[in-house]
Design a binder for this molecule. Structure first.
Ligand code: KIV
Ligand code: ZN
Length: 389
């Protein structure tokens, strides 16, 4: 488990890929605050922004580079001198700066977006990486739309990027098109066919258009990826990016299967998710894995009964390990007597059999009218039953 080869670096792009999606924009002070939270969470690399895209982005990156410590600070650039110089200048205060350059490699993007031949794409990639290396030792290269690129050509571009000085090779599934078996095979192919592959860390960057971003990132790890790019709450372009909290807990809960470890402090997952949601005003869906309000909530009688006997019956991880205070037994129409009795005892009521029967009848009829029966409702039911007795 502590084999360094199995260490997976977590690259968070909430402040770049996440922030550029509808409903997620943040001010510069908000970005700075969130970058501190990401460093506390234990993220290895924080992608702080795309400095050439706006003055505001440049200012936010500058502030993060000056203040945030403990994580590498990365910034994005197209393979254009102006973009790369904007990154270099915004990163001036960073202790560990990284310049992340990208260019599209797929036939569709080469023809319709860039109007460039394969050779011209390689030339631009090499120019971008070499120029970035003049400003930073740590340079990442991304082949945009890699999963729709011819694998031999992708290996050629990646080989040229390594020769030019890139030390991280990012293989984005830009449009969330791949499947787990395909991406795993592609990572295996690239590790075998990129020249001097051992000099670079392979990285996955999966979008969620088919709801497969986390599954695809896990499969990329099986194929040899040792960096995963993700975002808190899975925010990002269109259907989002790989959700950091889901990836981390899949690696932990099924550790024996992935044999990969990260330096994330999982107890900070829920607080970080909530902070992002407060800052952006974008709610986390209730049934979202790990950080959604229902992730550790149980309402059905059978599940509540099982949970009271052994929490492992219906929970595969402990809520306190990801930052929740505890599991939640939601009292509602589906709840049973055992859970009701347990909750009443927690509220300080020890009822005999016949008292419990009478309160349970009152509870069931109330639960037909309300979605959720709260502690105050239960207290009123017990006190009302007492008064009638
Ligand atoms: O999805 C993508 O291809 C990207 C790259 C710019 C890394 O976000
Ligand atoms: Zn992306």
């Amino acid at each position: 488990m502590n084999d360094p080869a199995a260490r997976v670096r977590i690259f968070d792009t909430s402040l770049r890929d996440g922030e550029q999606s509808p409903g997620c924009s943040m001010t510069s002070p908000q970005k700075l605050r969130f970058a501190h939270a990401l460093a506390e969470l234990g993220v290895d690399v924080i992608e702080a922004g795309f400095p050439a895209s706006s003055d505001a982005d440049r200012e936010a990156v500058r502030a993060i580079a000056r203040e945030v410590r403990g994580s590498t600070i990365a910034t994005l650039a197209r393979c254009h001198p102006g973009d790369i110089e904007a990154c270099a200048s915004a990163l001036e205060g960073a202790v560990h700066p990284r310049i992340h350059v990208f260019i599209s490699t797929s036939p569709l993007h080469r023809e319709h977006k860039l109007g460039l031949s394969r050779e011209q794409v390689i030339e631009r990639a090499v120019m971008g990486v070499e120029l970035a290396r003049r400003h930073a030792d740590d340079v990442e290269f991304s082949a945009e739309d890699a999963l729709r690129t011819e694998p031999e050509f992708l290996a050629e571009v990646c080989s040229a990027a390594v020769a030019a000085g890139a030390r991280t090779l990012n293989i984005p599934d830009t449009v969330g098109y791949t499947t787990p078996s395909e991406i795993r095979a592609l990572f295996e192919y690239l590790r075998a066919n990129v020249r001097d592959a051992a000099q670079a860390v392979f990285s996955a960057h999966c979008h969620n258009d088919l709801g497969l971003a986390v599954a695809n990132s896990l499969a990329a790890i099986e194929g040899g990826a040792r960096q995963v790019e993700c975002t808190i709450n899975g925010i990002g372009e269109r259907a989002g990016n790989c959700a950091l909290e889901e990836l981390i807990m899949a690696l932990r809960v099924r550790g024996e299967y992935y044999d990969a470890h990260t330096r994330i402090d999982a107890r900070r997952l829920v607080p970080t998710s909530r902070l992002l949601s407060r800052i952006t005003g974008m709610a986390v869906q209730r049934n979202k894995a790990v950080v959604g309000q229902n992730a550790f909530a149980h309402e059905s009688g059978i599940h509540q009964h099982g949970m009271l006997k052994h929490r492992g019956t219906y929970e595969i991880m402990r809520p306190e390990d990801v930052g929740w205070a505890q599991s939640q037994m939601v009292m509602g129409r589906h709840s049973g007597r055992a859970a009701l009795n347990d909750r009443l005892q927690a509220l300080g009521f020890n009822l005999d059999e016949s008292q419990l029967n009478s309160v349970f009848a009152g509870f069931k009829s109330l639960a037909e009218k309300k979605r959720e029966v709260f502690d105050a409702d239960l207290e009123a039911l017990v006190l009302g039953a007492d008064a009638r007795a």
